[in-house]
Design a protein around this ligand. Structure first.
Ligand code: ZN
Length: 162
């Protein structure tokens, strides 16, 4: 699917893909705002998807580089789910979605873009967001920039967990 207005995409197109794992690289990098890491827990963190399906498309991932759900310890699993709860609370607070898709793609056959480091997608949905443009032209319009989404969601997490 093409994204019509997506200035952040230019950086991606213009540079080589990172050789390593984006989840490990982003969590180890210095600047959370630059990497759109919305919140850090003890075992897991919340970040915005750089190539969102919708405004406010969040991902919750463990710091542990693991591709299999069955490799995660109970305390990691617990925190992943609690961060998903807060992701949904934050989205409901400020994005007012009509619904939310939440899920994990395990393995490339299941659609995982990064199959070696599992992550839970939390995608806000609005009535009619499978809109005319998407259906007819396979093009999605994403009106909000990632930096705007970051500011809103970081403030929401701070209010929830601060
Ligand atoms: Zn990783």
């Amino acid at each position: 699917m093409d994204v019509m207005w997506a200035p952040w995409r230019m950086k991606y197109i213009g540079s080589d893909k990172p050789a390593g794992c984006i989840f490990c690289e982003k969590s180890a990098a210095g600047s959370d705002p630059a990497n759109h890491i919305v919140w850090r827990g003890r075992q897991a963190f919340v970040l915005l998807n750089t190539f969102p399906y919708n405004n406010g498309h969040l991902m919750v991932a463990p710091y542990q580089h693991a591709g299999n759900l069955e490799d995660l310890a109970p305390d990691v699993l617990t925190e992943l789910m609690m961060l998903c709860q807060d992701a949904i609370r934050a989205l409901k607070r400020d994005f007012k979605p009509d619904g939310v898709n939440m899920g994990i793609n395990l393995g490339s056959a299941a659609g995982a873009g990064v199959k070696d480091h599992l992550h839970i997608h939390v995608v806000p949905r609005w009535q009619g967001d499978t809109n005319f443009m998407a259906v007819v032209t396979d093009t999605r319009v994403i009106p909000q920039s990632l930096d705007d989404s970051y500011r809103i969601l970081h403030a929401a997490f701070k209010a929830l967990r601060g």
